[in-house]
Design a protein around this ligand. Structure first.
Ligand code: IPE
Ligand code: IPE
Ligand code: MG
Length: 252
């Protein structure tokens, strides 16, 4: 049985809830190092934060939660770490299946997914299929993902569509670009959170974060759980989004 909302969850849920929250899950390595553990132990502990944050996002009524799990540039890490991360990813996709379905969470993935090893691709496809009808939250995993790579892939699609005559160059506008982005089917991220105190974008959603609100938190990802997530959403709720217009007070 689902426990009732806590007072803090209820308060956050009563405010303006971001439809789409995206997270740069950073600091696993430093979390492990500060405890004298191997980096992989940090990634393993980070998987528990994924579960906690997905659950919290669903409970307050977010529609989409996008998690930056492995960047296109992360392939350049030592082979041991890449293999360890792929192993943990596979484990997550297999072991979380029942929990995800129970929580009515749908899994999606974006990135250069062809680069993933087949023992990750298989469980990923199975989970996408098995959760396709879940409707309480969409959990989008960014895997082998880069914002520039996404824009390059979109440009290739535009070129192909022009070449085969289905797109007139005069019709290329923002909407034509958006529709061909890997993330084009999701609403734009309202809130982007980065953990571990780093203040940079690291090739995350370059196109769709144009008007996102950003919250940077000092906690490393394995220490970031439901409470930290709710605090970040609260901070978002205190912001005024202007989208280039004048603010609410001046507008009268
Ligand atoms: C984030 O933690 C996880 C991935 C990038 C895969 P890091 O592994 O980047 O941890 P730090 O930043 O080195 O502490
Ligand atoms: C960004 O973190 C990528 C993910 C969280 C998956 P990194 O740790 O790879 O980013 P940099 O190297 O600090 O910019
Ligand atoms: Mg990092």
């Amino acid at each position: 049985m689902e426990p009732p909302l806590t007072a803090k969850e209820a308060e956050v849920k009563a405010g303006i809830v971001p439809r789409h929250v995206a997270v740069i899950m950073d600091g696993n390595g430093r979390w492990a190092k500060s405890r004298g553990l191997p980096r992989l132990a940090g990634h393993r502990e980070g998987a528990k934060s994924v579960r906690a944050v997905a659950r919290a996002a669903r409970r307050i009524g977010c529609e989409v939660l996008t998690l930056y799990a492995f960047s296109a540039q992360n392939w350049q890490r030592p082979e041991d770490e890449v293999n360890g991360l792929m192993g943990l990813l596979r484990q997550y996709l297999v072991r979380e299946r029942d929990e995800l379905i129970e929580n009515d969470i749908r899994i999606e993935a974006v990135g250069d997914l062809d680069r993933l090893p087949s023992n990750v691709k298989g469980p990923l496809e199975a989970l996408r299929r098995d959760t396709a009808k879940c409707g309480s939250l969409m959990l989008v995993l960014c895997l082998s993902y880069g914002g520039r790579e996404e824009i390059a892939a979109m440009a290739r699609r535009i070129a192909l569509d022009v070449r085969d005559g289905s797109l007139d160059p005069d019709q290329i506008d923002e909407e034509a670009l958006r529709a061909r982005m890997w993330t084009g089917e999701f609403p734009e991220a309202d809130l982007v959170i980065r953990t571990s105190g780093e203040i940079r974008i690291s090739n995350f959603l370059l196109w769709s974060c144009a008007y996102s609100e950003w919250v940077f938190v000092p906690a490393h990802w394995p220490d970031f759980r439901e409470d930290g997530f709710l605090d970040a959403v609260r901070e978002y709720q205190g912001r005024e989004r202007r989208f280039g217009r004048v603010g609410g007070l001046e507008a009268g």
